[in-house]
Design a protein around this ligand. Structure first.
Ligand code: ZN
Length: 329
């Protein structure tokens, strides 16, 4: 039986921050409504055109700048209206924030460059599908029987891609397939890139959501490959993997919350991104930078020895990925 209570590729938010007044600048941004109307079903099924104002363009004049990067991610058709609006709004922010990573240590090593377009490229390699909180991924989307129970209390989002890939390896050579918007797709690696919205996502501010997506995307990475023992333990018994590097899985902090257990895990990546917003975002409101500061404060301690990491103790981050399974049995 696969239980999700212990599954840690998720990002939890304290209730205090959820309640954060959602005003900011983004509040007045009515874009997603339009996308919802036009995209509704047919358009939405492909790579759910995120922001770039569709046709009539009556809404956002602001985002139509030609050079603005476009985060191409598939929005699942089961997303609720609120989720779709929220996701589109956070993606708007992600695409339009003017940040300068050259002023932030290790930013360019993580994102492959210093600007928002590099963050978007980082995301596109790791986040391909955004799924509703209410979609039972393992019950209805991974095409094979078992159902699971889950507990998403206070969860911003979860990225189960590595576990879906473990199922794929467990059932090799046929493997499993992942179903979204009516298409069953092959699962070739943890870079499948499935991010499932948690119940705390829609009520959070766009900046928190953007940082959440950057954090979750890191969970798509398996830099050193997987262990056969983990694949079997997960596939056979739903046991959580021992090798935490694959999927950049968290462990437990002394206080019982989830933590990175090695350098440059998802909390560290989210922290660096938060810092770039706090210190360099010229397009953000003061409120948005404060929200990023709150996120940096909140998650800094969950990163593994962030001071050591920033000071080079662990070297640069390994942002690569492998789909090799090593036979350790
Ligand atoms: Zn996480």
């Amino acid at each position: 039986m696969k239980t999700f209570n212990q599954i840690l590729p998720l990002l939890v938010i304290p209730l205090t921050l959820i309640a954060c007044s959602g005003d900011s600048g983004g509040g007045s941004d009515p874009v997603p409504q339009q996308e919802e109307d036009t995209g509704g079903t047919s358009g939405g099924t492909t790579t759910g055109g995120t922001t770039t104002g569709g046709t009539s363009g009556g809404t956002t004049g602001g985002t139509t700048g030609g050079s603005q990067p476009n985060f191409d991610v598939t929005l699942d058709s089961e997303l609720t209206s609120a989720e779709r609006i929220s996701v589109n709004n956070s993606i708007d922010h992600l695409e339009s924030m003017q940040i300068d990573g050259s002023k932030i240590a290790y930013f360019s090593e993580i994102f492959g460059g210093n600007s928002t377009s590099n963050v978007v490229t980082y995301l596109e390699r790791r986040a391909n599908y955004i799924i509703s909180e209410f979609t039972d991924i393992f019950g209805t989307r991974v095409i094979y029987p078992p159902s699971i129970t889950k507990n998403f209390q206070g969860t911003l989002a979860i990225n189960p891609s590595v576990l879906i890939w473990y199922d794929d390896e467990y059932f090799a050579p046929e493997g499993v397939r992942f179903l979204t918007n009516g298409s069953a797709r092959n699962v070739d690696s943890s870079r499948l890139g499935v991010i499932q919205i948690g119940e705390a996502f829609t009520s959070s501010d766009a900046i928190i959501q953007a940082i959440t997506l950057v954090h979750e995307a890191r969970h798509s990475d398996c830099p050193d490959g997987a262990l056969l023992s983990d694949v079997i333990a997960w596939g056979f018994a739903g046991q959580f993997p021992q090798n935490k590097k694959c999927g950049q899985l968290h462990g437990e902090c002394p206080d019982g919350n989830s933590c990175d257990v090695f350098a440059w895990g998802p909390y560290a990546i989210g922290y660096i991104y938060s810092l770039s917003i706090v210190n360099t975002c010229t397009s953000c409101t003061i409120t948005e930078r404060q929200q990023a500061q709150a996120a940096a404060n909140m998650w800094q301690g969950a990163a593994y020895d962030i001071n050591g990491s920033m000071n080079g103790v662990y070297g640069p981050p390994d942002m690569g990925n492998s789909n090799q399974v090593r036979d350790d049995l």
